[in-house]
Design a protein around this ligand. Structure first.
Ligand code: NDP
Length: 333
């Protein structure tokens, strides 16, 4: 089996006719709305499961039938679980598991809950993962432009032995295999590891690295406005990220001046100490053995007190006020 499936390598024989099955999209937030619209525009029958609130109103405005979650699960054969990871455990227990029927399929957009065994799913139910490497808005935008997007896919429990065909058919309907898109065969474990490891290493570190840069540059007389624009406020960082996507991590350096390239390549590595990879391994093992998930679940259960405090601490810095001032002048707030 190919590791990477694209429009060119897609085996047409693997496409199932799922037009007679009803798909329930549970949650109408970032991923829920985009995936529901894409599936419907591909000709599939989609209903929404959500509480009666702003999200359900939006779904109704978009022309969907909205039911409470239990009813939506009962009325469908394929259930896309597109609510936040940290609450899936509770929603499964109260509203999803009791309504699952023999032959149903549950589709996750991340590996987290299935990998950690946080949700109870009957043995007669197929379990799939289609995890977009793309924010919800991008999933819809790509579809509308005729573009594809990358996803990690995996078949979990597979009682009907149709998991492979179903995952390909659903990915196709989501628009994954449109121009430049692809599905990468993965696992619930791999998706959980690489997703959380990003968040626990470079994604978090870069925020505090920027803060340290701000402290140093401002202490040397640079203006807060100039520093914030230099770091992220100008949008140059977003352009660099697009360059990495389109040209490659180091190839994109060609779009920078020689002075910049020399500085980045000669001085950048000095910040990477031997200790850094050891710290990364420590965090990776905390993910794999479930320590982080347990800590986060306890935090969830006690009302996210630590998270609120961490948000306060992160914002308690002069840079925060300067950023607000600048963004107000620029009309961003
Ligand atoms: P959102 O935060 O956008 O989900 C919001 C939806 O969840 C709303 O419909 C909301 O309805 C519902 N919801 C929230 N709390 C509850 C609750 N207690 N009970 C029932 N419904 C609830 O989620 P995302 O789209 O960000 O994430 C969904 C999945 O997609 C996750 O598994 C995530 O890991 C994955 N994913 C997300 C990506 C992203 O870019 N955001 C990227 C790739 C994967 P209401 O408030 O009305 O109850």
């Amino acid at each position: 089996m190919d590791k990477i499936i694209t429009a060119q390598t897609l085996e047409r024989a693997k496409i199932l006719d799922i037009s007679k099955r009803t798909i329930a999209v549970i949650g109408y937030g970032n991923q829920g709305r985009s995936q529901a619209l894409n599936l419907r525009d591909s000709g599939l029958k989609v209903i929404i499961g959500n509480l009666k609130d702003n999200y359900s109103q939006k779904a109704e405005e978009d022309g969907f039938e909205v039911f409470d979650i239990g009813t939506a699960v009962s009325k469908s054969q394929i259930i896309f679980v597109l609510i936040p990871d940290e609450i899936q455990k509770y929603v499964f227990k109260s509203d999803i598991t009791p309504h699952l029927k023999k032959g149903d399929a549950v589709v996750f957009a991340s590996g987290y809950n299935y990998f950690y065994g946080l949700v109870e799913i009957p043995k007669e139910v197929t379990v799939l993962m289609i995890a977009p490497r793309m924010i919800g808005y991008g999933v819809r935008e790509a579809y509308l432009k005729g573009d594809g997007f990358p996803v990690l896919i995996s078949v979990g429990n597979d009682p009907k032995k149709e998991g492979e065909k179903l995952i390909i058919s659903l990915s196709l309907a989501l628009g994954v295999f449109n121009k430049n898109g692809c599905a990468i065969r993965s696992s619930f474990k791999e998706e959980t590891l690489i997703d959380l490891l990003s968040e626990h290493t470079w994604a978090g570190a870069i925020l505090f690295l920027f803060r340290a840069y701000y402290d140093v540059a401002v202490s040397l007389g640079a203006s807060p406005e100039a520093v914030i624009l230099e770091l992220y406020g100008s949008g140059e960082l977003a352009e660099i990220a697009l360059g990495m996507r389109d040209m490659g991590l180091f190839e994109q350096l060609k779009t920078h001046s020689n002075t910049s390239q020399y500085g980045q390549l000669s001085i950048g590595p000095k910040f990477i100490s031997d200790d850094l990879k050891n710290k990364m391994y420590t965090e990776a093992f905390r993910i794999l053995d479930g320590t982080f998930a347990k800590e986060w679940m306890e935090e969830e259960e006690t009302g996210q007190i630590v998270l609120s405090r961490l948000r306060e601490i992160a914002k308690d810095h002069p840079m925060e006020k300067e950023e607000k001032k600048l963004y107000r002048i620029l009309g961003r707030l």
